[in-house]
Design a protein around this ligand. Structure first.
Ligand code: GAL
Length: 349
């Protein structure tokens, strides 16, 4: 009898392992609604707002596919870490099953982690990558984003390809050196530091000589970038051959400055090459209109879908959708893609 009981017990354990059930069957059946709290660092950031739209759309598909309702409670931290910390407490009080955090200050995740941990609410961080030691502080912490260095390399490669094809068209003053300006995102942001470094390294490693005319932070913002570009145009005149921007909004700011100065109507004025990153709707249009030489698609849809699927998997105890891979049981990273006029990816799929 003892043997029989032991065998039955192991069989049940084995079945649980095979089906991956974390919860007893009755508990699983009860899961009819999931509440997800989301805090974005700044709701006016174009890339983030496109990502949120994608999340809202994907949740509707998931509701049909999984036969549950999913409630999203989206809050704007307004670039204030203290506000975001309070939003974490609000999500806990509201009974959220899981919380997604787009950190204001990626080096200051501790309060949010502690609050999540004491309430046993898992947290998915996204887009603004916290330091690895913070992510290791609890096994219910995750990160969804992309590898910044890939975007820098691809941005550099777009320029290298143009230089290989027609060096003189970019090196307009014919001095054999590429004069550039760099519009940087945000101090301390992984995507600013890494994109800036890898984009330039890719060009110099391909054997081209570059000269930095100026390099300034414009906080991912179109208007701030436009102001910087106006100053640089006064300072360097037609001497700017390439504008690197850490994102499309800032590249559009540079484009706006050139447009206002009449560069697009005047045959004599020499337009610099503009390079963005993100592939936002406006960024893709600028590639299509040949105002940007290219951009790098930062997959907002993939990141949004991955984040929502992961939230569902964590809360329900079901397997993560096979479309996504969870690396080291913590990370989902989506690849970047090159976007130039002559490939078909000038529109979002
Ligand atoms: C970057 C994106 C920027 C900005 C930033 C915010 O990945 O390229 O446009 O949205 O995230 O953290």
């Amino acid at each position: 009898m003892k043997k029989l009981l032991a065998r039955t017990f192991s069989l049940v354990m084995l079945l649980n392992l095979i089906t991956g059930c974390a919860h007893p069957a009755e508990e699983q059946e009860e899961l009819k609604n999931i509440k997800i709290g989301i805090s974005v660092y700044n709701q006016y950031d174009t890339f983030i707002s496109e990502l949120m739209t994608a999340a809202e759309e994907h949740v509707q598909e998931m509701e049909e596919a999984y036969g549950i309702t999913i409630t999203l409670d989206v809050q704007n931290a307004g670039s204030n870490q203290v506000t975001q910390n309070d939003q974490m407490s609000y999500f806990i009080d509201r009974g959220c099953d899981i919380v997604c955090i787009n950190l204001v200050d990626r080096t200051d995740a501790s309060t949010i982690i502690e609050r999540g941990k004491s309430a046993d609410i898992p947290i998915i961080f996204f887009n603004r990558e916290l330091v690895e030691e913070d992510l290791e502080r609890w096994d219910k912490l995750y990160y969804v984003g992309a590898d910044a260095f890939e975007s820098g390399i691809i941005q550099g490669q777009i320029l290298v390809e143009a230089l290989e094809e027609d060096f003189a068209a970019v090196d307009r003053n014919g001095d054999g050196v590429i004069q550039y300006v760099m519009l940087e995102g945000e101090a301390g942001h992984q995507d600013s530091i890494v994109r800036t470094m890898y984009a330039i390294n890719t060009v110099t490693e391909a054997g081209y000589e570059v000269e930095k005319l100026a390099d300034e932070i414009a906080n991912w913002n179109r208007d701030q970038a436009k102001t910087k570009m106006v100053q640089w145009m006064q300072e360097f005149g037609d001497g700017i051959e390439v504008v690197f921007a850490n994102n499309d909004d800032m590249a559009l700011g540079a484009r706006d400055a050139l447009k206002e100065a009449g560069y697009y109507e005047d045959e004599v004025m020499q337009l610099p090459v503009i390079l963005g990153i993100d592939g936002t709707t406006a960024g893709l249009e600028a590639v299509e209109n040949e105002e940007f030489l290219g951009t790098v698609l930062n997959d907002s849809v993939g990141q949004a879908n991955g984040m929502m699927e992961l939230a569902y998997a964590v809360v329900s105890g079901n397997e993560l959708s096979t479309e996504f891979t969870l690396l080291d049981e913590k990370y989902i990273r989506l690849p970047y893609q090159k976007v130039v006029k002559d490939n078909e990816k000038t529109t979002k799929e």
